[in-house]
Design a binder for this molecule. Structure first.
Ligand code: PLP
Length: 417
């Protein structure tokens, strides 16, 4: 279960999930939001005890939805690969624990050997020269995104990000005291650099690029990435490139804006690439100055990433990469089955070129009908207002289940037409 996705959502999204929650519980909670449940539980006046920032975000009801969906439901809502962590990564942690190397704090930035492995990864995969000193190992990509926001966004400053986009961008902007500026996508669900450039004002602190993307599966072209780097340089606005799905690409290629300009910080993680979501190991890299500022946040909020996870990540990054290839091949086969299914149903779905999500356009009532029939999917507007009319389908589930879910979605489509 993807905790980051389930724990950070706006009030608007919670209204939607309040509705789904109600549907799954026979209607008794219809239109009751998590926010309003909290408000009812507290006596008048107590709400002032909480920061304005934290009142802007709320715990999403998606987890309850998943749990309420019951054991028989097929869950196409998950944001994590359904493969085991590679054996050599697990062994890396086991060896470190048995040797007594994982009992204490590591350096705040992470062990030197892990940061060297991350640096080598950037040379190997991105043709980038990254000094190990300019890397902070974090508790997943989630913490890395948090460090970027906390170190760069002042109260009232704007953060531009894709809509529909990963739910954390909105929530972390609020937590940093900033103002979210979600921007719509092209018809193929990629982010147009021109849209970002038009949205920049004198109050913009940074913009987020995410390719391959959650929730769309879209992959930005190398030309777009070059443009993002130019925009960051010319407008003196930081580009935060979230590359956690970097290796899960079926068509096109993954390129980082950091290849084309310096005003970029890169967020990455072992979570999706190595099916290590539970290990909580990511990283952030950027200029020495930026890393030094982010380290101030990391040092006080986290001290260091979990030591056993650091050793597992080092083994994952330096060991054989074929488990990644096998996973990507499986995802591509499933993507094709899902796309064929949507075509047969008559649903229009921009071809996802990476990650493990598809985002078809769906008729009114489709998401509720599909959930009622025992398949969990996420409504597109959970990822921003421009996600309205779409649904996110994660195909991080076995082929048999996926085929069964497609039959159910087909029947649901006919029922709501
Ligand atoms: N960025 C994107 C686009 C994601 O989808 C996720 C997780 O779903 C993350 C970052 C956070 O990943 P992690 O599990 O490493 O914290």
């Amino acid at each position: 279960m993807n905790v980051p996705e389930q724990t950070t959502n706006s009030y608007t999204a919670d209204c939607k999930f309040g509705k789904i929650f109600a549907i799954l519980h026979g209607g008794s909670f219809r239109n009751v939001t998590v926010g309003s449940i909290i408000a009812l539980a507290l006596p008048d006046g107590d709400m002032t005890d909480f920061s304005h920032r934290v009142e802007q975000v709320s715990i999403s009801g998606i987890r309850e939805v998943f749990e309420a969906a019951g054991e028989d439901a097929i869950n196409l809502g998950l944001g994590q690969p359904d493969f085991p962590t590679p054996e050599h990564a697990r062994q890396g942690a086991i060896d470190a624990i048995q040797a007594g190397k994982a009992d204490g704090y590591t350096s705040n930035k992470g062990t030197e050997t892990l940061r060297e492995a991350i640096s080598e990864k950037h040379t190997r995969d991105n043709d980038l020269d990254v000094d190990p000193e300019d890397i902070i190992a974090t508790s997943g990509g989630s913490e890395a995104l948090h460090l970027v926001m906390e170190a760069h966004v002042d109260a009232g400053e704007e953060v531009i990000f894709p809509d529909p986009g990963f739910v954390s961008y909105d929530a972390l902007t609020h937590l940093a005291g900033g103002t979210p500026k979600p921007v719509p996508l092209r018809d193929d669900l990629t982010l147009d650099p021109a849209t970002v450039e038009d949205a920049i004002t004198e109050d913009t602190a940074l913009f987020v690029v995410n390719s391959p993307a959650n929730p769309t599966g879209a992959v930005q072209s190398p030309e777009d990435m070059r443009e993002f780097a130019r925009i960051a340089d010319e407008h003196d606005v930081l580009c935060c490139s979230d590359e956690v799905y970097e290796h899960i690409v079926f068509e096109g290629e993954h390129r980082s804006p950091a290849e084309f300009g310096d005003n970029v910080v890169v967020v990455n993680a072992c979570s999706k690439t190595y099916s290590m979501t539970g290990w909580r190991l990511g990283w952030v890299t950027g200029s020495t100055e930026r890393v030094e500022r982010m380290l101030r946040v990391h040092q006080y909020a986290q001290a260091c990433a979990s030591a056993p996870a650091q050793y597992a990540a080092e083994a994952a990054l330096t060991g054989p990469q074929d488990p990644v290839d096998a996973m990507v091949t499986a995802f591509e086969e499933r993507r094709d089955v899902v796309l064929d299914g949507f075509e047969d149903m008559g649903l229009d779905c921009p071809t996802p070129k990476g990650a493990f999500y598809a985002m078809p356009k769906v008729p009114d009532g489709w998401v509720d009908e599909v959930i009622d029939r025992g398949v969990v999917v996420v409504p597109g507007n959970a990822f921003g207002e421009h996600g309205e009319g779409y649904a996110r389908i994660s195909y991080a589930t076995g082929m048999d289940e996926l085929k069964e879910a497609i039959e159910i979605m087909d029947a649901a489509t006919q029922a709501v037409r």
